[in-house]
Design a protein around this ligand. Sequence first.
Ligand SMILES: Nc1ncnc2c1ncn2[C@@H]1O[C@H](COP(=O)(O)OP(=O)(O)O)[C@@H](O)[C@H]1O
Ligand SMILES: [Mg+2]
Ligand SMILES: [Zn+2]
Length: 404
Amino acid sequence: MYIVFARKYRPQSLDEVIGQDIVVKTIKNAIEQKRLYHSILFYGSMGTGKTSLARIIAKSLNCEKGPTVNPCGQCEHCIAISEGRSVDVIEIDGASNRRIDDARNIIESTRYAPLSARFKIFIIDEVHMLTEEAFNALLKIIEEPPDYVKFIFATTNIEKVPQTILSRCQIFKLNKITPDNIYVKLKKILESEDMQMDDDGIKLISKVSSGSLRVAENYLDRVVAYKNQDINVQDVSYVLGVADYNVIDNFIDAIVNFDSKLAFEKIEYIYEHNLKIEIFVEMLLERLIILDIDLELKSAFIKFFYDAYLQIKYKVDDIVALKVATQKSLAIKNLTKIEDIIQHVNSISVYSNTEKKTKTNSISSDDNFDNKSSVVAENNTDETIDKFDKMVIDIFGGEIITKR
Ligand SMILES: Nc1ncnc2c1ncn2[C@@H]1O[C@H](COP(=O)(O)OP(=O)(O)O)[C@@H](O)[C@H]1O
Ligand SMILES: [Mg+2]
Ligand SMILES: [Zn+2]
């Protein structure tokens, strides 16, 4: 039977958890010094290790050799927990068990001691989905559970968890996983599977996974389903619908040389191959920023494509935004005086600060949230915009930001 990589390569011990060093260290200390709270909450975006950590802690607590920071992985409890079938580790999906009756079932169940392990552990995923009544019902038991009961909560949306619950929990924030860390894990998986992929291919997957190892591993599943030996970056690009660096560099060449024929050919290519334009523009910006060309020119290009990037975030048709930015870039060719270029750049300010704020807010609200791809759905738009704001400040020295 084929097991997807995300499941097959779930970290089984604290040392296998990637990119969460502070959390891992704190948990180790807490277990060693017996100072782990009876209620713990993990928050952070999808695929960063919440469920994995919850299960590892359950093993640490219930291992025959435990409580220990190094659960043996061999005993009946460790094995049952890893396979998700321990009778004393109860995993509950908060989204589908959100009502007060569900909370009452949990409370009722805490009255009985664990059947075979040391602790009875409730892992409640997406806990922010619980109703207010359900939360209220659980307050007391979370604060003072029987000695043999532990609660581990996980959520992608901590703002929706009531303060009364939070104040009773030991809280751990999980970071998004950096592309470098994702790269390391993907490389290990490929090695274990005895499959070869070129470095650019692995880098491309790491780059477009939005800080989620689960997304990266799912992408890897898709790519190896298409081709499982000697995979290269073009295969990745093709399967995932993201432009590879060749396309981006060709496009940049076209812009820098004001070659409008080539530039629009590339746009046509992107369109025909159904490549994700938002990711294309994001990668283009990163490339532009480190490009070694005349600074005025570079600033203008960055400004145009950054505007396109924001427009795409604000739901302007993506291909239109890309074409407009390209036109503006190409139009610089006819401006010879530097003053004209500066004026050209400044004349095309997209949104005022206030507009930007409200629009940004509206896209991050659930209702309007773009669901085109899992990448976008997981992305914190504000955070992404912040990231580029910082890059743009680096280039423009803060000037352009105040103008926007
Ligand atoms: N920090 C991490 N270190 C190593 N692998 C991870 C990490 N986070 C996620 N993964 C991979 O992604 C899969 C899903 O992770 P999971 O812990 O269920 O994420 P979450 O509960 O935060 O959505 C795991 O099985 C594992 O393969
Ligand atoms: Mg999870
Ligand atoms: Zn064990």
